[in-house]
Ligand binder design. Structure first.
Ligand SMILES: C[S@@+](CC[C@H](N)C(=O)[O-])C[C@H]1O[C@@H](n2cnc3c(N)ncnc32)[C@H](O)[C@@H]1O
Length: 281
């Protein structure tokens, strides 16, 4: 999507604080350790929305007998998959991974502990979920714990899907996204939609600091109509400092949003975009 500056790889980073060092650990302890104090909460807001849309997408007849797969984009340690398919809350996960018990474990011990935890909380309406994230350690953890059915580390900003991802895209019927809107652009969505073989719906929470318009245009070119209720915002997390807040306030103003009571009050806010096949076409 759009940003005000780029890192060495040419990616938009804007004035947002970087958290690269917690994205590629062998397990989610550092992720929660850093983000929980900032009250990172967007997967919590997404949980009921993703459950609703996953059920609706599964109920939609697309002429195929197999259940459509959910692809969680920028899936990291499988957090959305955990919240979608298990009786667990984000607050419980944050407490678990920042607990004394977890701090004393090796990664192998944590994985064994988590496997049992999530297996016991698996919901009867669990749906197949695959993950896409450039962080190999993060997706390996999610796979090892059983949160994801398959995972891929293709960077679709840089190149086309691998044959393995392309094969998996055949079953995808829903793409979900939280916390990744500053990292990926319409390039990633173009690659995913070009590879899809059944109707794909998109359910995305995206920061108000970035424009979703290029993605909406790409989705429209693939026959999807996007709706957004701009009056309803979802708090994402507290700002790390005044500099980050200033960047966010200016960025949302540039995009025509009013930061009063939102970014000006100290937090990033997201909008929820839902895209489905445009039946009017
Ligand atoms: C803020 S985390 C969001 C994780 C999770 N969805 C959540 O909300 O908790 C952003 C994730 O985007 C991933 N990412 C960055 N660039 C990416 C790309 N080009 N394709 C896929 N994932 C990417 C990072 O590795 C990181 O795991």
């Amino acid at each position: 999507m759009t940003g005000t500056s780029t890192d060495g790889s040419g990616r938009a980073t804007g004035g947002k604080s970087r958290f690269d060092d917690i994205y590629d650990r062998p397990d989610p302890r550092a992720y929660f350790g850093r983000l929980a104090p900032l009250e990172y909460e967007i997967p919590h807001h997404a949980q009921p929305v993703f459950r609703r849309i996953a059920a609706e997408r599964a109920a939609a007849d697309d002429g195929r007998s197999s259940r459509p797969t959910v692809l969680d984009l920028c899936c990291s340690y499988g957090i959305n998959a955990a919240l979608l398919n298990h009786d667990v809350t984000l607050a419980e996960m944050a407490e678990r991974y920042t607990s004394r018990t977890a701090q004393d474990m090796s990664t192998a011990e944590l994985i064994a502990w988590d496997k049992e935890f999530y297996a016991q909380r698996r919901r009867p309406d669990a749906v197949p979920v695959i993950g896409l994230d450039v962080s190999a350690p993060a997706v390996q953890y999610a796979l090892a714990v059983g949160l994801l059915d398959a995972a891929f580390t293709d960077d679709l900003e840089q190149g086309p899907p691998s044959p393995q991802l392309n094969h998996a895209l055949a079953e995808v019927g829903l793409v979900t996204l939280t916390g990744g809107g500053s990292y990926i652009t319409d390039r990633t969505f173009t690659a995913l939609l070009d590879g899809a073989r059944r109707p794909v719906w998109v359910s995305a929470f995206v920061l108000r600091t970035v424009s979703y318009e290029p993605v909406e245009r790409t989705l429209a070119a693939h026959g999807l109509r996007t709706t957004v209720d701009s009056s309803r915002t979802y708090p994402q997390r507290r700002f790390t400092d005044a500099r980050e807040q200033q960047y966010a306030v200016e960025a949302v103003r540039k995009l025509g949003h009013d930061p009063a009571g939102h970014e000006e009050a100290g937090r990033f806010h997201s909008l929820y975009y839902e895209s489905r096949p445009d039946t009017a076409r």
